[in-house]
Structures are given as structure tokens and as C-alpha cells.
Ligand binder design. Sequence first.
Ligand SMILES: [Zn+2]
Length: 126
Amino acid sequence: MSELKYCQGTKCHTHMTKDRLKGQQGNKTFQTRRRSGFYYGGGNFCSYNCQADWFNDFGDRAIDHFGRTTEAKHLTENNAWVKDYDWRGNSDTSHRHYYLNRITREQRPLTEAQYNDTNYTLNTGE
Ligand SMILES: [Zn+2]
């Protein structure tokens, strides 16, 4: 059984839903949701509202911490490569994996290992 974790929403306990009302009879309080998993914000938030609450409180500081975009980024031939494959059904032959340049439409073959390797890229810029 996986460990329970709390929603990271800064105002989760203030959303007054029945499932958040917990505690002994006569001493119940609305509490932060606790689950084995969540579906929002990379598994950190119980709802889109809680994700938005967190971002409203901390988003600016998080962006400053990890690097604020201060000029336009450009999609060029150098960073337009995306991995793709042609489905070849359920036969014993594997699918045809390739890199596709979204600007030039050039295709270059990929091995399945290269396709699955998240560190392997032809892109030379952001
Ligand atoms: Zn929440």
C-alpha cells in the first residue's frame, strides 16, 4: 500500500466539502485532503482549484527561483526535432521510430532504444 500524502494546496482546508470534514463528533474541522495519489500538478494537488491556489500564492517566487523567461524563445531547425513512430500493428516487426524536424519535415531513423532514451536528442538549443 502506498503512503498517504497531503494535498499541497494552500487553501485546501478552506474548501468546505463533506469529505474534508473530519474529526471526533462535536469537534470536526475541515482538513487538508490526504490520499495515496492526486491527479493535478504532478500528483501534488487534489484539484485544479488547489493547484491554482498554490500558484497564486507561490508561482511568482517559483518562477523567479527556477528562471523567468525574459525574452522570446524561437523554434528553429536546430530545436524542432520530435520523436515519433509509425504504428506497425501487433506483428513481430517493431514500429518504425524516427526523429521528425517540425520545421524542415526531415525524418531521421531512430532505434527503439534511442526513442525510449529521454536523454537522447538531436536538438541543439532550447
Ligand atoms: Zn486540495
